[in-house]
Design a protein around this ligand. Structure first.
Ligand code: AP5
Ligand code: MG
Length: 218
């Protein structure tokens, strides 16, 4: 039986944090279009160069670009047991195309989990977010510091973790705007199709994970 989960939420709501915990529990891969685009930038590929300025400004990259990335990724053999979608779809056009891909591929319909966090808390979280480009894990200076073994495993200590280029306050405001205008309409889109759950995203990470897990039947 396939398990397909979509984590919906504003920037900084905790999608990536919860997705990593779900990967460990369910042993199915995370599909984060943001991570894939950042990897393309790090490689310096043509795609990476094309999307860099758009991402840094806090806008969404064109639908066709991310749709193609997702199409290729979903076709991989290791994605046939299921997938945890993080940050895709982000527009109604992306959601409609994903529906078509799921139908054509005979995939089990998505369980949609929206993580709800007030924008002021999001601003606070993104200001303190740190990122390890070696293991791709996300931390927070006070709320979610790296465990002691992280420095040994990756050779990166807490003070050398990176700040995402789109976590500057101006870019964060643009990302919140893009979320409100282009992504929040997906709440009604998925509500009208059933299988929609909302989780309050305020509180300790393990408690949010318990609430997220409770939405999943497999
Ligand atoms: P993407 O990488 O998807 O970024 P995002 O949606 O803006 O979300 P974030 O990754 O910032 O936040 P998150 O919800 O994962 O939170 P996290 O777990 O890190 O996209 C980046 C860009 O790529 C987009 O702006 C766009 O340009 C492009 N893009 C990507 N996908 C696209 C698409 N489909 N279409 C078009 N363009 C696309 O947590 C945040 C912080 O809070 C961390 O520090 C964490 O440690 C901390 N934290 C987490 N949970 C808690 C908690 N419960 N309490 C306290 N702190 C917490
Ligand atoms: Mg993320």
């Amino acid at each position: 039986m396939q398990t397909n989960i979509y984590l919906l939420g504003a920037p900084g709501a905790g999608k990536g944090t919860q997705a990593q915990l779900l990967v460990e529990r369910l042993q199915i891969p995370q599909l984060s279009t943001g991570d894939m685009l950042r990897a393309a930038r790090k490689e310096g590929s043509e795609l990476g160069q094309r999307v860099a300025a758009i991402m840094d400004s806090g806008q969404l990259v064109p639908d066709e670009v991310v749709i193609e990335l997702v199409r290729l990724r979903l076709a991989r053999p290791d994605h046939q047991k299921g997938v945890i979608l993080d940050g895709f779809p982000r527009t109604v056009k992306q959601a409609e195309t994903l529906d078509q891909m799921f139908q054509a591929g005979g995939r089990t319909p998505l369980t949609v989990i929206a993580i709800d966090v007030p924008y002021d808390e999001i601003r606070r979280r993104l200001q303190g977010r740190r990122w390890c480009s070696k293991c791709n894990r996300t931390f927070h200076v006070t709320d979610n510091p790296p465990p002691a073994e992280h420095a040994q495993d990756c050779g990166v200590d807490a003070n050398s973790l990176e700040i995402r280029t789109d976590d500057r306050p101006e870019a964060v405001e643009k990302r919140l705007q893009a979320y409100t205008q282009q992504t929040a309409p997906l709440i009604d889109y998925y509500k009208s199709r059933g299988v929609f759950h909302t989780v309050q995203g305020m509180g300790p990470i393990p408690e949010i994970f318990a609430a997220v897990s409770a939405c999943i039947t497999q």
